[in-house]
Design a protein around this ligand. Structure first.
Ligand code: HEC
Length: 241
C-alpha cells in the first residue's frame, strides 16, 4: 500500500512534469510559427502589391505605346494618301540588278524623299518649270547609282587598286568611322587641313598600298558620294575631331 501510493504519486508528478514540459516545448515553436507566418503573410502581400503595381505600370506603358503606334500608322497612311507611292521610292531606284544587290549587302541610309516638290504651286516662279514624277525618278536613280557605285568600290580591293588585297571595309565596315561630316579638318598625319578625299587617299596609300586617286577620278567621286550618303542625317561639323 505504501509502495503503491508512492508509485502513484511518482507517476502523477512525472506525468505533470512531462505534460508541462511538453506544453512548454510546444508553446515556443507555436509562438514562433505565428510570428513567422505573420511576417511571411506581410511579405507576400507586399510582393503582390509590387507585382500589381508593375502590372499597372506595364499596362499603362502598353496603352501609351499602342496610342503612339496608332498615331504613327495614321501619319504614315496620311502621307501615303497625300503622296501616293511614298514608300516605293527605294524600290524604284533599285530596279537595276547590281544596284539592288549592292544595297542589299551594304546598308546605306535611304536618300531624301523629294515627293513634296510635286505638291502645290512649285511651278510658279521656278527656274526649271514644273517637276514631274519622271524627274523625281531620274534624280533618285542617278543619285542612288552614284552612291552604290561608291559602295562597290569601297568594298572591292581590286577596284581600289590595292596591292595587298585590303579594301576599305576591312577597317570601316559599311563606311563606319569615316566621319565625312567633320571635313575639312586638320589631320595630324598630313600636317594640314584636309578634305575628305585627302584622308581617303591617305588610307589608299597606307593601309591599302594603292595609288592615290585624283579628285576627279570617277572612283574617288563615287566613294565620296558613298561616304557622304552613309552619314546622312548627321549635322555637318567641320573641324571636329
Ligand atoms: C587597315 C585599316 C584601314 C583601312 C583598310 C582603311 N582605313 Fe581609313 N582609317 C583607318 C584609321 C586607323 C583611320 C584613323 C586615322 C586618324 O584619324 O588618325 C582612318 C581614317 C579614315 C578617314 C578619316 C576618318 C575621320 O574620322 O576623320 C577616312 C575618310 C577613311 N579612313 C577612308 C578610308 C577609305 C576610303 C579606305 C579605303 C581606300 C580606308 N579608309 C581604308 C584605317 C583604315
Amino acid at each position: 500500500m505504501k509502495y503503491s501510493s508512492f508509485i502513484l504519486a511518482g507517476i502523477v508528478i512525472f506525468s505533470t512534469v512531462l505534460a508541462g514540459s511538453a506544453q512548454w516545448r510546444n508553446m515556443v515553436p507555436r509562438r514562433g510559427n505565428v510570428q513567422q507566418t505573420a511576417v511571411r503573410t506581410v511579405e507576400n502581400v507586399q510582393e503582390k502589391a509590387a507585382a500589381v503595381k508593375q502590372d499597372v505600370k506595364s499596362v499603362a506603358a502598353s496603352v501609351t505605346k499602342t496610342a503612339e503606334t496608332k498615331n504613327k500608322v495614321k501619319a504614315a497612311e496620311e502621307t501615303e494618301t497625300e503622296f501616293p507611292g511614298t514608300n516605293d521610292q527605294w524600290k524604284d531606284s533599285l530596279s537595276v540588278d547590281w544596284i539592288a544587290k549592292e544595297a542589299e549587302s551594304h546598308k546605306v541610309p535611304p536618300h531624301f524623299n523629294n515627293r513634296s516638290v510635286l505638291r502645290g504651286d512649285q511651278h510658279d516662279g521656278h527656274a526649271y518649270g514644273r517637276y514631274t514624277e519622271a524627274d523625281l525618278r531620274l534624280w533618285e536613280s542617278e543619285t542612288v547609282r552614284l552612291v552604290m557605285e561608291g559602295s562597290r568600290i569601297f568594298h572591292d580591293a581590286e577596284l581600289l587598286g590595292s596591292t595587298n588585297g585590303v579594301s576599305c571595309d576591312m577597317c570601316h565596315p559599311d563606311g563606319a568611322n569615316t566621319h565625312p561630316e567633320t571635313y575639312p579638318k586638320y589631320q595630324v598625319q598630313l600636317g594640314r587641313a584636309a578634305l575628305l578625299r585627302d584622308m581617303m587617299n591617305w588610307c589608299l596609300q597606307n593601309p591599302c598600298r594603292a595609288e592615290p586617286m585624283s579628285g576627279d577620278d570617277p572612283r574617288m567621286r563615287a566613294m565620296e558620294a558613298y561616304l557622304n550618303a552613309t552619314s546622312s542625317g548627321k549635322p555637318m561639323k567641320y573641324g571636329k575631331h
